[in-house]
Design a protein around this ligand. Structure first.
Ligand code: HAM
Length: 416
């Protein structure tokens, strides 16, 4: 038997209903905020991620699924969505109309060590908002995430925020971190030893060395921000207060991707096993670093898989309305034509309808109607067809009623 690849899983049954519910809710929230849907390819040139996400990030150096195609070109299966969307904006000149507010969803691929909440095929729901460098935009994007989680039933969502400033600030901060960690780097894990010169900021969120005293006593990036960056961060926090959003500043939050500037944030819940349930930030230099125009942007991505794991761990049940409206139950084969025609009419009117197409016996048909949790079962026999009167069973009250064929749609409209 061929088995699934480690770190992937199949989505079916109740899980597929949950995914569907969450995706639809996310779409509804994005539409409320006037975002448009964008879809970009799963495969891109490897260079996009090297230049966009960063040479010194784990995602690019250790986790990408790379392959050389039959034409000898280096391609990568996308590890995240932001870089591909940036490429699309440049290539299709979408930046000619700003602001550009986009939402997306889809699978991403990272060769990470699979564990609870960490998959090799992960699904993200995300937004990217281009065209404003105003702190109010950062706050609105964060509020979108918070509102989505609240609507899902995750009320105690924690927003962790930080500012990592711009390129100049990070250069200075980098030097400060290197001299802070240098003296004792031998006591750190191999990854941190590698990071000290390449990307010392990532030492701050190392999972292995998180209890090391030097991490706790490391200088804070917030004291390296220039006045403009400080002011931006203060305003973001002020707007979050206006929006009544609880946040916590964590000056060690640096995020794992190189494109961020100023505001970075993560969404967390009290279930910490899965890491962050979403994260994002401002990335004003991404477009220009990919030879595009200089346009500021802010966005986030939420992990759909982790959202489901978190809902399960918190015992939150989604209101999955998977019941059908009507099940058509024919007594013999002779009523099949009539039932097929009626099913079509009802479906065209927007009702969720099913009927037995595999010639089951009556008992099995009633069972199937129950399994689909149908609100009404319409029984169709010889007598019903002759008199054009249908027998309708309300499966909640168990009451049966006769309804004229012509009055059926009205009946269903008022009772569903
Ligand atoms: P990220 O923090 O790498 O950011 O991923 C965002 C979210 O995807 C995480 O918070 C987590 O919920 C989920 N996630 C990441 N890796 C895994 C995994 N291996 N298994 C399950 N879930 C995972 C980004 O990807 C940025 N592109 C976000 C962004 C958009 N920033 C600006 N715009």
């Amino acid at each position: 038997m061929i088995k699934k690849i480690k770190g992937t899983y199949d989505v079916y049954g109740n899980l597929s209903k949950k995914h569907d519910y969450i995706k639809k809710l996310f779409q509804a929230v994005c539409e409320n905020y006037n975002y448009s849907y964008i879809e970009t390819p799963f495969i891109e040139r490897s260079e996009l991620f090297h230049r966009g996400v960063g040479e010194a990030t784990d995602i690019v150096t250790k986790e990408t699924y790379d392959f050389i195609d039959r034409g000898g070109r280096n391609n990568t299966i996308r590890p995240e969505g932001t870089a591909g969307i940036a490429r699309s904006i440049i290539e299709n000149k979408l930046y000619t109309t700003l602001p550009l507010k986009l939402w997306y969803l889809g699978s991403m691929y990272r060769y990470e060590r699979p564990q609870k909440g960490r998959y090799r095929e992960l699904r993200q729901l995300g937004v990217e908002s281009y065209g404003s460098n105003e702190p109010i935009m950062d706050a609105e994007v964060i509020s979108m995430g918070v509102n989505f989680f609240k609507e899902l039933g995750i009320k105690n969502i924690k927003v962790i925020i930080n500012s990592i400033g711009g390129v100049e600030t990070r250069k200075k901060y980098r030097e400060a971190l290197i001299s802070h960690f240098k003296k004792d780097i031998d006591n750190f894990c191999q990854d941190c030893k590698d990071r000290i010169n390449k990307n010392p900021l990532r030492i701050l969120d190392c999972k292995i060395d998180m209890d090391n005293e030097l991490i706790k006593s490391a200088p804070s990036i917030l004291s390296y921000l220039n006045d403009e960056e400080k002011n931006h961060f203060e305003k973001v926090k002020d707007y979050l207060k206006v929006l009544d959003i609880d946040y916590e500043v964590d000056s060690s939050l640096v995020r794992g991707l190189d494109y961020y500037t100023n505001t970075v944030f993560e969404f967390k819940t009290e279930i910490n096993d899965f890491g962050s349930i979403g994260g994002g930030g401002r990335y004003n230099n991404l477009l220009s670093s990919l030879d595009g125009p200089d346009i500021p942007a802010v966005g986030f991505a939420l992990g759909l898989d982790r959202i489901v794991d978190t809902l399960d761990a918190l015992g939150i049940n989604l209101n999955l309305d998977d019941a059908i409206d009507v099940y058509l139950l024919t007594i013999t084969d002779k009523e099949d034509d009539y039932a097929l025609d009626l099913a079509q009419k009802l479906r065209m009117c927007g009702f969720k309808v099913d009927l037995d197409l595999s010639k089951k016996n009556m008992k099995a048909k009633f069972k199937e109607s129950d399994r689909y949790k149908s609100k009404f079962t319409i029984i169709i026999g010889e007598e019903e067809i002759k008199t054009d009167t249908l027998t309708i069973k309300d499966n909640l009250t168990k009451e049966e009623k006769k309804v004229d064929y012509d009055g059926l749609i009205d009946f269903l409209d008022t009772n569903i």
